[in-house]
Write a protein that binds this ligand. Structure first.
Ligand code: 5GP
Ligand code: ZN
Length: 145
């Protein structure tokens, strides 16, 4: 019911002005953070190379690829990291992981691929909108460094 109400209202309702729930062409509402690079990519305000697009996820090529295939799968809703996404919307996390498998199949990463959620600055997370890195097309060594 709350969700339907958001669609009917067709305007921001978040109490924190930095966080908004906006309409996406009358189709779906997403929660965004006005300071977030990946929210801007979802909104189309920052350009990206689209790979896949589903109702609640978006997949695009990393600007600084570390492998022949290096894409980022993100939920369109803003969640800072994978743990917070798992806690607040586990179904959406499942969709993100399914998109990782789909892009690996699309890109024919038959020898295997790596899915990485850097979590926290100490682990290398630089964009605090949860994203799965999908890497493949070359041998993946372990430990990852
Ligand atoms: P993290 O370090 O947070 O795990 O990953 C962030 C990723 O986002 C990095 O691999 C970085 O190359 C990528 N990235 C940063 N800015 C942009 C951008 O503007 N466009 C795209 N496509 N990727 C970006
Ligand atoms: Zn965001």
């Amino acid at each position: 019911m709350v969700y339907a109400f958001l669609l009917m209202m067709n305007e921001p309702i978040a109490s924190d002005p930095a966080r908004r729930t906006g309409d996406r062409g009358g189709v779906i509402a997403v929660t965004t953070d006005s300071d977030c690079l990946f929210c801007k990519i979802v909104a189309g305000d920052v350009p990206s190379e689209k790979v896949r697009d589903s109702e609640r996820t978006y997949t695009f090529r990393d600007i600084n690829p570390q492998a022949p295939t290096h894409v980022l799968v993100i939920p369109k809703d803003h969640h800072p990291d994978v743990g917070s996404l798992a806690a607040s919307d586990p179904g959406l996390l499942g969709e993100v992981v399914r998109e990782c498998a789909a892009v690996a199949a699309d890109e024919k990463l038959d020898a295997g691929h790596r899915v990485v959620f850097n979590t926290g600055a100490g682990a290398g997370q630089t964009v605090f909108h949860v994203h799965a890195h999908v890497l493949g097309g070359r041998p993946m060594t372990w430990p990852p460094g």
